[in-house]
Design a protein around this ligand. Structure first.
Ligand code: PMP
Length: 361
């Protein structure tokens, strides 16, 4: 069986070269006679691999020494709650900027642990735009400001990093981390579930400014405390060894591809191609997101006639275009164009879409 073009929103396509290398190393990793999954995380080989993964990530993103890198578990969802546990006391306030489903969820999960304030929301616009920065009501004494740089379901992405003054900026970068260069120094915390642009699920990569590890907080379990994890190189208990290894292979692959500048260029070309096909379809396909807020990673689109949805999915799958069904909350279609999705996949999708529109328009 040949591989399909995979547009899954997550767990998502991984670079074929990474999968092939993992396959080659599966039975005998680095001459050890066993797989990476069968070895102690305290062993020399694993520790060296883990350190190399961090070195490669630091090089890719230009992570300054002021920031620690953690390899955690629990998915981004767990960290919706764990972030206020670590960064705020129960009487502290935190500002949330909400631009879609995941921002709303972050608010709900944080609410038991911090006094959540909605500093801005594009909910009134059905999350089709970004709330203009001048309208945000930021509290200078907030413990942090949380936002979602890319909303995976709505397909809404911030084109740049918002200016929030001295309050630490916390970003759920689950669906656009590593998609373009960013200035890490501007963030207090960046966190991302791995299963889109990094590797398999079950791993969360967190980049956290070291001074935030020292915040006075409430008593919580040591395994949940970022300072403890940082002090133990994310090995307070057994980490997700397989996920960490796969993430490390992806970081190496990204460096070989020319790093994040090269990725940004590819991601721009892929998303422009698809948005052009939607916009030039004469209304057969639509994407209602404000042009400046359109995501380069997740492109939702709707057919004018939703009665054709099932046929579109059936025929696209038959053409080797996989996982285009939109999220159940919004319906329609969605193509996720993460780093591992090549331009060739988007060209195949666009050509299918033209053909389908031509036959049914
Ligand atoms: N935030 C964003 C932006 C996401 O896209 C997702 C997953 N689709 C999550 C959080 C939740 O991630 P997890 O399943 O790892 O908890």
């Amino acid at each position: 069986m040949s591989r399909v073009w995979n547009f899954s929103a997550g767990p998502a396509a991984m670079p074929q070269a990474v999968l092939e290398r993992a396959q080659r190393e599966m039975l005998d990793w680095r001459g050890s006679g066993s797989s990476v999954m069968e070895q102690s995380h305290r062993g020399k080989r694993f520790i060296a691999m883990a350190a190399q993964a961090e070195t490669d990530l630091r090089a890719l993103m230009g992570i300054p020494a002021s920031h620690a890198v953690l390899f955690l578990q629990g998915g981004a969802t767990q960290h919706f709650a764990q972030i206020p546990m670590n960064l705020a006391g129960p009487d502290d306030r935190a500002d949330y900027v909400v631009t879609g489903h995941w921002g709303e969820k972050a608010v709900r999960e944080a609410a038991p642990y911090v006094r959540v304030q909605i500093a801005a929301s594009s909910g009134a616009d059905k999350f089709r735009s970004l709330p203009p920065r001048e309208g945000w009501t930021l509290d200078p004494s907030a413990a942090y400001v949380h936002y979602t740089p890319n909303e995976t379901i709505g397909g809404v992405e911030f084109p740049d990093v918002p200016e929030v003054g001295d309050v630490p900026l916390v970003a759920d970068m689950s669906s656009n981390i590593l998609s373009a260069p960013i200035d890490v120094a501007r963030f207090g915390v960046i966190y991302a579930g791995a299963q889109k642009n990094i590797g398999p699920s079950g791993l969360v990569v967190m980049i956290i400014r070291r001074d935030l590890l020292d915040r006075p907080r409430r008593p919580i379990a040591s395994v949940l405390r970022y300072a403890e994890q940082a002090a133990h190189d994310s090995m307070l208990n057994t980490p997700n060894t397989w996920g960490w290894y796969m993430a490390g292979l992806t970081f190496q692959w990204l460096r070989e591809q020319g790093g994040l500048t090269a990725m940004a260029e590819r991601n721009r070309a892929k998303s422009e191609l698809l948005y052009r096909a939607i916009d030039q379809s004469g209304g057969f396909y639509t994407n209602p997101v404000q042009p400046l807020a359109r995501s380069r990673m997740n492109v939702p689109f709707w057919l004018r006639d939703s009665a054709l949805d099932a046929l579109f999915l059936e025929e696209s799958e038959a053409a080797g275009l996989f996982a285009l069904k939109g999220h159940k909350a919004v319906g329609g279609m969605r193509a996720s164009l993460y780093n591992a999705v090549p331009l060739e996949a988007v060209e195949a999708l666009v050509s299918f879409m033209w053909d389908f529109a031509h036959r049914h328009g």
